[in-house]
Design a protein around this ligand. Structure first.
Ligand code: NAD
Length: 440
């Protein structure tokens, strides 16, 4: 099939490459010229495992092309996926839908054949309905077009495999025609057993927001337990392990630490709160306000514990920060808990040296102030404290005995509960973590 993918960021670039890999003829569209140039040359404009190979293979084969022209998109296909951003509005908790609306406004008058527009961005429930009215009002006479919603659940760091082998596909459509077209697009995946949930657009929109709310709740729940552990001398890791044995609860997403961030979870639960208020069901989801607060508090708790470990002040102390991205295997620093902590420590006059395997360029652009070190050992040189803030695999492979010779004082705060405290202590380190008792 011929299709376009409008918006080629973290979601759209992967979607476009994967759709081409399934055998479709794909045109990716973005307003960002530099991004389009990189993608057209077969280069990934951001770090995502496996994406570069897919881009190279499919741009070479000619099945995947890129443009900045919406006119070209309208001429190319009758099926358009919309993957533009829906960030938090600067003035409220609500989602900013201006990018999605701009695509609909721009595309509608260019369509000359009956078309299907499929939203993949995360949007408040009810958006498909309002966009459908917007689309209809701008179509040329005699042209019909409809909108379906097919929210995306991919995780950065696993985006390619999540797109090609998702846990489920969710499609909210108002016609059998739209549903049928999407089943055809995803046919190779359906054949390999991927579950397909066909529903109405409102339910589809809500599945995505509800899934993110549930995941955020699980993380903030265990972080709340970590605070109780700190106050009572209990151990949150053992607690999570024990809870996780219960199949009704499960161990995943029960890792206590610095909390969630990124371009999705925080803004999605806030947008849900705002939309629920509009629907006059704000009270029903008001617990999400607390989920957000618990999450933000972990950043302050980490800074407070770091200050405590340094004897009450950051001034004049050197702090090594391991990790800048919001999660491992990504270069994304949007609302990164690690960078938020680094920013607070810089503001408190510490000499901060940040290492990250993939996120240094984005971090440097987002937070001037710290020194950015491509080498992890250099980041730790002469440090009074090492802060582990993003759980990259390579930090688990560090040799604590070697590092103890590089730092000024062998002090570690593992804000992700991902390093082996026994191994670090055996190498002479003082180790602290959120929700774990300090050894006596
Ligand atoms: P992003 O900022 O990386 O990408 C958005 C892209 O859209 C940018 O490249 C931007 O230049 C482009 N764009 C903006 N306006 C445009 C326009 N009018 N025409 C063409 N292109 C335009 O954002 P993202 O992380 O890819 O997220 C996109 C959407 O997908 C959001 O709604 C997000 O919540 C959702 N989502 C993201 C992820 C993820 O892991 N990143 C996962 C699931 C869902």
């Amino acid at each position: 099939m011929r299709l376009t993918v409008i918006g080629t960021g973290y979601l759209g670039a992967v979607h476009a490459a994967c759709m081409a890999d399934l055998g479709h003829d794909v045109l990716g569209v973005d307003t960002d010229t530099r991004k389009i140039e990189a993608l057209a040359a077969g280069r990934a404009p951001f770090y995502e495992p496996g994406l570069a190979e897919l881009l190279t293979r499919n741009t070479r084969s000619g099945r995947l092309r890129f443009t900045t022209s919406l006119q070209e998109a309208a001429d190319f296909a009758d099926l358009h996926f919309v993957c533009v951003g829906t960030p938090q509005r600067p003035d409220s908790l609500a989602a900013d839908l201006s990018h999605v609306e701009a695509v609909v406004d721009g595309l509608a008058p260019l369509l000359t054949r009956d078309s299907l527009v499929v939203g993949k961005s995360t949007v408040p429930v009810g958006t498909t309905r309002s966009l459908s009215r917007r689309l209809a009002a701008r179509l040329r006479p005699g042209v019909t077009a409809e909108i379906a919603w097919n929210p995306e659940f991919l995780r950065e760091g696993y985006a390619v495999q999540d797109t090609l082998r998702p846990d489920r596909l969710v499609v909210g459509a108002t016609s059998a025609h739209a549903d049928g077209l999407l089943r055809t697009v995803y046919e190779p995946m359906l054949r390999s057993g991927v579950a397909y949930v066909g529903t109405d657009p409102a339910t589809a929109e809500l599945v995505k927001v509800a899934a993110n709310s549930f995941l955020a709740t699980k993380i903030s729940f265990i972080n709340a337990m970590a605070e109780v552990c700190d106050a009572s001398g209990a151990d949150v890791v053992t607690l999570a392990d024990a809870l996780g044995h219960d199949v009704r609860i499960g161990r995943r997403f029960l890792s206590a630490g610095l909390g969630f961030g990124g371009g999705c979870l925080p803004k999605d639960i806030r947008a849900f709160l705002a939309r629920a208020e509009e629907l006059e069901v704000g009270e029903a989801v008001s617990f999400l306000r607390q989920i957000d607060r618990i999450n933000e508090r972990q950043r302050r708790r980490t800074v407070d514990l770091a200050r405590h470990l340094l004897g009450g002040t950051f001034a004049g102390r050197r702090v090594a920060v391991l990790g800048a991205t919001f999660k491992p295997d990504s270069d994304d620093v949007r609302d990164s808990p690690a960078l938020a902590v680094a920013a607070q420590i810089v503001a408190a006059d510490a000499d901060v040296r940040v290492h990250d395997p993939e996120g240094l360029d984005n971090a440097r652009a987002a937070l001037p102030g710290p020194a950015y070190c491509p080498d992890v050992v250099e980041a730790c040189r002469d440090a009074d404290l090492v802060l582990h803030l993003t759980e990259w695999r390579q930090y688990r492979a560090l040799d604590p005995a070697h590092l103890s010779e590089v730092v000024r004082a062998p002090r570690l705060l593992d804000a992700r509960n991902a390093l082996d405290p026994a191994a670090w202590r055996a190498a002479g380190w003082q180790v602290r973590a959120l929700g774990r008792p300090a050894p006596v």
